[in-house]
Design a protein around this ligand. Sequence first.
Ligand code: SAH
Ligand code: DHB
Ligand code: MG
Length: 233
Amino acid sequence: MSTEHHGPQSHLSTQLFDWKRSDEYHNSFLIAPDEQLERAHQRTLDAGMPDIAVSEAQGKLLMLLCKSINAKRVLEVGTLAGYSTIWMAKALPDDGLIVTHELLPEHAEVATENVAHAGFSNKVKIVVGPAVDTLPNLPSSEPFDLAFIDADKENNLNYFKQAERLIRPGGVIIVDNVVRRGRTADPDVIDQSVEGVRALLKYIKADAKVEATTIATVGMKGYDGFLYALKTA
Ligand code: SAH
Ligand code: DHB
Ligand code: MG
């Protein structure tokens, strides 16, 4: 009998080690090493910032999604050191723009440097401050094509509503970290971040303006998921 496991139960035997090896295997065919992105990641660690940027594979997916819809203007909430920002900047035309929002000036400073070193200063504007206060300042008269929400999870619903206001019909909103190792779906888990995701899901269920799905992701960043929403109206 084959020792290879198949079927929906087989994931139970896998660990972060396997997911990381799998990501690295696929990346070795699909994603060319990029000095600027590696540097941005290293600077994140050197600065003592948390190692919570999207994975390479997720970053490339964000870039491809931007390309797929010919995105010119991108809204981001949660900059950290600019890793996801740089990935998305690669997809934009020379006159494209990412407006990315970051609470902490020290994060924004590292991001500014990383973005500049990658050659994307002209395409990236970093807005510093609590995004609940800064997002309402953006005018809907200059709509975005895609939004990536990846900041404090307790404010997910607030950010999602702002993104809905700010993106064009046919635009896309992606929310990171909605699965949280399955904790979002575990009724015994009560925590601010998980409640932030649950509130968002409840809102979307009753919302006629978007169609959405969650795709769980496992990889070098663990077991989590992206919510993908299409603004239909
Ligand atoms: N998108 C980044 C990772 C973002 S990590 C990447 O993949 O590379 C989350 C970031 O959100 C952190 O830098 C954190 O400081 C920031 N953040 C937390 N609370 C925030 C708030 N209220 N407003 C804006 N940014 C916030
Ligand atoms: C955390 C935040 C993130 O945005 C992420 O992708 C992973 C982890 C966190 O706060 O732990
Ligand atoms: Mg995240």
